[in-house]
Ligand binder design. Structure first.
Ligand code: NAD
Length: 300
C-alpha cells in the first residue's frame, strides 16, 4: 500500500528531502508558500494540492521542514491555536515529523498538543547540508518515543544515513543546537585561518590542503570551504547562493545562547559567533550562505 505523505516546506532542504521520499515510491504532496518551489517539486515527480486541510486529513505521515520556531508553531497550531493548523486536520494516529531546527521547548509544546489530539510526533532535525539532503545522506537527531521513531525510521532512512535517538521530545533539537553552535564557531575559525594565509601571500587552496591534513582539519575546511576557488560545488563557488542561510545560522546561535543561559552552560565562543553572524546579517548578508562569513570585514 502506498504511504501518503504531506511535506510542508520545500526550501533548500525540504525540496530535495521530499524528492527522495517521492522517488522511494510514496505519494508525497508538497506545500510551500512559494508557488515556484511547489512547481519544482511537481516537475520532479511530486504531487501538489490546493487543499492543504484535505491532504492532511488523508496523510499517514506529515513532514515539516520550516525555517524557525514561529513557522512551526503557525503550521502545527494554526493562527487561532488549533483551528487551522496541521493538528486540526491530521487524521488520528498520523505520525508527525518536524525536521526544522527550532527551540527545544517549542518542540515539546507542539508535541504535547499533538499527543493531546491523539497524534504521534517526533522532532528530527538534520545535519548534512543541502548536498546531504540531495544525496539522501542526512544525519537525523531524533527526540521522542522509541516506538514513534521505529515507525518513522524507514522513511528517515530514505532521506538520511545516520539516525540517532537523542532522548525524549525536544532532545533532537538540543543536540542539533549543540552541533550548529560548533559549526558556526568552526566556520568563523576556518575563515580566519584562510584569510590569514591569503593576507600573507599564500594560495588559499594550499593553505586549505595543508590544514586538511593537519590538526586544524574540520568539515567547514574539507567539505564546505568558505573561500572561493578552493572547492567546486559549494556555496562559495557560486556567490554564496543556496546552502544554509546566514539568518538561519544566526537563529541557531541565538537558540544555543538562550539554551546556555537557561541551563547555566558557559559558551563564550558561541556568544561571540552569534555576535559576528549578527553583524554579518546586519551588513546585508542575511540571505547568503553562512560560509560567506569569510567575507566579513571586522575592525582590526
Ligand atoms: P529555506 O528558507 O530554504 O526553506 C524554508 C521553506 O519553508 C521556504 O521555502 C518557505 O517558503 C517555507 N515556508 C515557511 N513557512 C511556511 C508555511 N507556513 N507553509 C509552507 N511553507 C512554508 O530553509 P532551509 O535551508 O530549507 O532550512 C529549513 C530548516 O532546516 C531550518 O530550520 C534550518 O535551520 C534547518 N537546516 C538547514 C540546513 C541547510 O543547509 N540549509 C541544514 C540543516 C538544517
Amino acid at each position: 500500500m502506498t504511504t501518503k505523505i504531506v511535506f510542508i516546506g520545500l526550501g533548500n532542504m525540504g525540496l530535495p528531502m521530499a524528492q527522495n521520499l517521492a522517488r522511494a515510491g510514496h505519494a508525497v504532496t508538497g506545500f510551500d508558500l512559494m508557488p515556484a518551489s511547489v512547481r519544482q517539486f511537481v516537475d520532479a515527480g511530486g504531487l501538489s494540492s490546493e487543499d492543504q486541510a484535505a491532504a492532511l486529513g488523508e496523510a499517514d505521515i506529515v513532514v515539516t521542514m520550516l525555517p524557525a520556531s514561529r513557522h512551526v508553531q503557525g503550521a502545527y497550531l494554526g493562527a487561532s491555536l488549533g483551528d487551522t493548523g496541521i493538528l486540526a486536520h491530521a487524521k488520528a494516529g498520523a505520525l508527525l515529523i518536524d525536521c526544522s531546527t527550532i527551540a527545544p521547548e517549542v518542540s515539546r509544546e507542539v508535541a504535547a498538543a499533538a499527543t493531546a489530539k491523539g497524534l504521534r510526533m517526533i522532532d528530527a532535525p538534520v545535519s548534512g547540508g543541502t548536498a546531504g539532503a540531495a544525496a539522501g545522506t542526512l544525519t537525523f537527531m531524533v527526540g521522542g518515543d522509541e516506538a514513534d521513531l521505529a515507525s518513522a525510521r524507514p522513511f528517515l532512512e530514505q532521506m538520511g544515513k545516520n539516525i540517532f535517538h537523542a532522548g525524549p521530545g525536544g532532545s533532537g533539537q538540543t543536540v542539533k543546537i549543540c552541533n550548529n553552535m560548533l559549526l558556526g564557531i568552526l566556520m568563523i575559525g576556518t575563515s580566519e585561518a584562510i584569510r590569514l594565509g591569503v593576507a600573507n601571500g599564500l594560495d588559499p587552496k594550499v593553505v586549505s590542503d595543508v590544514m586538511a591534513k593537519s590538526s586544524g582539519r574540520n568539515w567547514t575546511l574539507e567539505v564546505y570551504n568558505p573561500c572561493p576557488g578552493v572547492l567546486d560545488n559549494v556555496p562559495a563557488a557560486r556567490g554564496y547562493t543556496g546552502g544554509f542561510g546566514v539568518d538561519l545560522m544566526l537563529k541557531d546561535l541565538g537558540l544555543a545562547v538562550e539554551s546556555a543561559g537557561a541551563s547555566g552552560a558557559s559558551v563564550p565562543l558561541g556568544e561571540l559567533a552569534r555576535q559576528l553572524y549578527d553583524m554579518h546579517s546586519k551588513a546585508g548578508a542575511g540571505g547568503l550562505d553562512f560560509s560567506s562569513i569569510y567575507k566579513l570585514d571586522t575592525p582590526a
